[in-house]
Ligand binder design. Structure first.
Ligand SMILES: [Zn+2]
Length: 318
């Protein structure tokens, strides 16, 4: 792997060109970034698919102080939601445990691009496509790959997914760790070639279900959604029970806030995210709602809302 800053910028631009591929004129690549000293403030920019050199330069500058993400599928409008996606030029999978080589070896086509996202064992795999797929087919294909790999089956399969580009820094860790390019073979394949012989996964659900992660006595799951949404997003929930979705450009507030903590929240603006306090915190902090990340989410929420680290209520002062 090349190691100079110039080589990294060139590779980053080629990675962005892989995502934009042959997207017709007007296509955009979405950039999102958050400075960890301002949690909850995710910022968003768009570049034309042809502007990869300039976008790579911007990503490099931002990465010095921020976690940076790129929309894997090009957008047709200045929005990060699924409705802004017409097609994707890659398939992908998100591995959050040390990769199982026997599962990877059983795939008909090796992933061309492998990115280590800066957390041990976490990898993003990409398969460049000869012909693009529309969102429904794409999500089905990603689900089939994820099932074959034993990989994350959650919202990361969705057409609106954002992932860390290579040669940036993962600021979840102290000191920050490098997001590295482990393999970089841009030869495209057809979806049929990539999925040959793999059992088709059921289509992903249209909307995320509110998931309950612990038993009914979890005090974090009794906090009113309007309260935790204000704390986690900095937005006040209006009388119409809505806020602007923090995960994309959302001029007409489309994230609905329910009264019932079991229902939580749901974005009807296209990104289709939703769920409990854990799902919102995970999305805002870019942490997985499973495994070690989930424990970290609960630890931070427990601090914020004054419950103990185990999720038990702290005895009230009387
Ligand atoms: Zn949304």
């Amino acid at each position: 792997m090349p190691s100079t800053a110039t080589d990294h910028a060139t590779e980053l631009a080629r990675y962005l060109a892989m995502l934009g591929a042959s997207e017709p004129a007007g296509g955009l690549l979405e950039l999102r970034y958050r400075n960890p000293s301002q949690p909850g403030t995710m910022r968003q920019r768009f570049h034309h698919v042809g502007n990869t050199t300039r976008m790579a330069r911007e990503i490099t500058l931002l990465a010095a102080h921020s976690d940076v993400y790129v929309g894997v599928a090009p957008r047709r409008t200045h929005s990060g939601g699924r409705h802004a996606v017409s097609r994707s030029w890659v398939l992908w999978a998100d591995i959050d445990q040390a990769p199982d080589d026997s599962r990877t070896a059983a795939l008909p086509v090796d992933p061309g691009v492998v990115i280590a996202s800066g957390t041990p064992g976490h990898q993003h795999l990409y398969w460049p496509l000869r012909e693009p797929l529309a969102p429904d087919e794409l999500e089905q294909a990603n689900a089939t790959l994820a099932r074959a790999l034993g990989a994350d089956q959650g919202p990361v399969l969705g057409a609106a997914t954002i992932l860390r580009p290579p040669h940036t820094l993962n600021h979840k860790h102290h000191p920050p760790t490098r997001v590295t390019l482990e393999r970089f073979d841009l030869r495209p394949h057809t979806a049929t070639e990539i999925l040959t012989g793999l059992p088709a996964a059921p289509a992903p659900p249209a909307r995320p279900e509110a998931r309950v992660h612990t038993n009914g006595s979890d005090p974090l799951l009794t906090i009113a959604p309007a309260r935790y949404i204000e704390v986690l997003t900095g937005q006040t929930v209006g009388r119409d029970h809505k806020i602007s979705c923090p995960f994309h450009d959302d001029s007409t507030p489309s994230l609905h806030v329910y009264d019932d903590p079991a229902k939580g929240w749901c974005c009807y603006g296209g990104c289709r995210r939703g769920g409990t306090i854990y799902d919102l915190a995970g999305a805002v902090w870019q942490l997985d709602t499973r495994g070690a990340d989930f424990i970290e989410i609960r630890r931070r929420l427990s601090r914020l809302f004054r419950t103990s680290d185990e999720g038990q209520a702290v005895p009230a002062e009387r």
